[in-house]
Every structure is written in C-alpha cells, then in structure tokens.
Design a protein around this ligand. Structure first.
Ligand SMILES: NC(=O)c1ccc[n+]([C@@H]2O[C@H](COP(=O)([O-])OP(=O)(O)OC[C@H]3O[C@@H](n4cnc5c(N)ncnc54)[C@H](OP(=O)(O)O)[C@@H]3O)[C@@H](O)[C@H]2O)c1
Length: 336
C-alpha cells in the first residue's frame, strides 16, 4: 500500500489506496469500551470486522458493550482470542493492565494498537522486539468519530508504527485506520512521540486549557463589571461555536471575511494585546515540559486529582451560568 517501507513522516495516506485485507477474518479485541473504544468497536463492526470487547469485572462500560451486542470477556480472555489487540484504556492505566492482563495472554502473532501515542512514547509499555505495534490516532473526539463514520465519513488521522515492527505493520495500521474511519480528510504518517506531544500541546495550550481559561476570565471580567451573566455567556461562550464553525470550514482568512468589519478590526488589533510574548513564553514552557517528560511524570503521579479539579470548575460561575442557559439554548437536546 506504501511506496516505501517505512514511509517517511508526513507521507499522506489516501484511503482509496488502502484495502482492508490485513483485517480479513481477524478478530480485533477492543480493551476498554469508553469513549474511544466504543467508537472503534462500533465503526469496526460497520466496516465488517470481527470484534470482541475486553472489560474488567463490574465494569459499567462493559455492561454497555453487552447491551450494544458485543461479546464481552475479561481482558485476558479477549486478548487471548485476538489477532489485533487495541488498548483503549486511560493513558495512566495502560502499564498496569498491560502487564497483568495483556502481555501474558497475547498470541505470538497478535498486533498491538493504540489511539494515542503516550503509552509507547513515554515508556509505559515495551512490546517485544518484532511484535507488530501501531498507532491509529483519530484527530477528533470519540463520539464525533462514531457519528461521522455512521454518516459515511470519518475524521483525519495520524498513523505510526514502532521501529521494531515488521514492515507489513504499516499495511495493518492503514487498514485499521480506514476501518475505524480515521483517514477521512487526510491520514498522515508520524511517530508515537510526535503524535503524543503535538496532541497534548494542542489540548493544553489551545483546546482544553488556553481557550477555556480565556473564556472563564473574560466571563468573570464582564460579570464583575456589571454586565449580566446571560449577556456575558452569549458573548464569551455561546458565540465561540459560530466562530469556530467558520474557522473550521473557511480558515482564518475566510472567517475574517464573513464576520462584521467591526469584529474583524477589533479582533485583529486587540487579539495581539491579549496573546503577547509572556503568553508565548509560557506556551514554550509547556511544550518543553511535554518534550522532557515532566508532564508525563506529573500525569502518572497526579491524575487522581482530575475529578476534584473538574468538580471545582463545575461549581464556578461560568459552569453554573451554563447550567441555567443550556436548557434554553438547546431545548431539543435537553429532551433526549
Ligand atoms: N476520548 C477521546 O475522544 C479520545 C480522543 C483521542 C484519543 N483517545 C485515546 O483513547 C484511549 C482511551 O481513552 P478514552 O477517552 O476512551 O478513555 P475512557 O473514556 O476513560 O474509557 C476508558 C475505558 O477503559 C476501561 N478501564 C479503565 N481502567 C481499566 C482497568 N484497570 N482495567 C480494564 N479496563 C479499564 C474503562 O472501563 P470502566 O467502565 O470499567 O471504567 C473504560 O471502558 C486513550 O489512549 C486516549 O488518549 C481518546
């Protein structure tokens, strides 16, 4: 499927040139039926693949997999049946589950797959030399991947294969990515490390960190200055979707052409006052912490604090205003 093995980083994979033969007649074990595992499992079935789900005792998501028609087994049992084992676990749980329930039960010919590069890039898992090991990382959230694939599409994706893997692992990686719907709009060759660091940088600096703190700060400043909470919510949160939809579809220059002249002038002149060299220096610090492993060590040691941090945010003014506004803004969603 590739002109050369291994393909160079940045090589584009055209879904039309990828066939699903490497998966034909093979059983795929999806270990973990959370957001991403569920999307992979359902999309694989839609693509005609054989899927078994691996789950721990008493698992809520395992019960959901049963209800959705899958054969669900303890992790060790699912692994023992499979020619492709996908580890769809929280990144911090990978090492322990792999050591206890995956590695001892892997068939000699079984391949290991991931949806994110962390476990391999930051030494959580060391597959045996020669074991086929690949990454098929959808560039989208799990439910979005599921929805897009159900509609006949998918999302873009990044693919990688470990250096110790045989060359044909690339064909399996491409087939798998096509089957789960992560070659739509672009599939590109990368490494586990590059995917991991770039993914986490985007999450922390833009998507789940920087943008959210920007919204919270702007909301607080408007409310403290006496503007109504509803007003602040519309301007600082609700309208973000309108702008990101334009950006997503038309690019930054297209978005500027489609908003008002006032919005465009104000944004172009005030934006750089918000994102100044101090912000850029802190972005570089965050990239450095990802590259030197500081963040990886911190995540493994402190991931247990996430729920308390999220609860604190959920009790804050932006979230509580959201709880009041959302039923009005999305009445249909509230009924479902
Ligand atoms: N979420 C996304 O949109 C997204 C996007 C890109 C990449 N990814 C990657 O996809 C992978 C899975 O992430 P996720 O967000 O789907 O995770 P998640 O929603 O938190 O689901 C994790 C799954 O793992 C199971 N699990 C947790 N600990 C376990 C254990 N000790 N033994 C057996 N099963 C266990 C959970 O089952 P229980 O019900 O029993 O807790 C659940 O089914 C990660 O590598 C992540 O980086 C996710």
């Amino acid at each position: 499927m590739f002109e050369q093995y291994p393909p160079a980083p940045g090589t584009e994979i055209n879904a039309e040139n990828v066939n699903l033969d490497p998966l034909a007649g093979k059983t795929v074990a999806i270990v973990g039926y959370g957001t991403m595992g569920r999307a992979h499992a359902l999309n694989l079935v839609r693509s005609g693949c054989l899927v078994v789900v691996g789950s721990r005792n008493g698992s809520k998501s395992g019960l959901r997999a049963v209800q959705e028609g899958f054969a669900v087994l303890p992790v060790a049992g699912a692994v023992a049946q499979a020619e492709v084992v996908m580890l769809m676990l929280p990144d911090e749980a990978m090492a322990a589950v792999y050591q206890a329930d995956v590695e001892p039960h892997l068939r000699p010919e079984a391949a290991l797959g991931f949806a994110h590069g962390f476990a391999i890039a930051f030494d959580q898992i060391h597959p045996a030399v020669g074991r086929r090991c690949f990454l098929a990382a959808p560039k989208g959230q799990g439910d979005m991947l599921l929805q897009a694939h159900a509609g006949g599409g998918g999302v873009p994706g990044l693919l990688a294969v470990t250096e110790d893997s045989p060359a044909e692992t690339w064909d399996l990686a491409a087939a798998y990515a096509k089957a789960v719907g992560c070659l739509t709009g672009g599939g590109f060759v990368t490494t586990f490390r590059t995917e991991c660091i770039s993914d986490q940088f985007g999450e922390q600096v833009v998507l789940c960190g920087g943008v959210i703190e920007l919204l919270k700060s702007a909301f607080d400043i408007m409310v403290d200055a006496g503007y109504g909470e509803e007003n602040a919510y519309f301007e600082c949160v609700h309208e973000l979707k309108l702008i990101t939809d334009l950006l997503h579809r038309h690019g930054v220059d297209g978005m500027r052409r489609m908003i008002s002249g006032t919005a465009s002038y104000g944004g172009l002149t005030r934006g750089p006052r918000i994102i100044d060299d101090g912000v850029r220096d802190r972005m570089k610090d965050i990239l450095q912490e990802l590259e030197d492993g500081t963040f990886a060590r911190e995540l493994l040691a402190r991931h247990g604090e996430t729920a308390a941090l999220a609860a604190e945010e959920a009790a804050g003014p932006l979230a509580t205003t959201g709880h009041l506004m959302l039923p009005r803004l999305h009445p249909e969603a509230e009924k479902n």
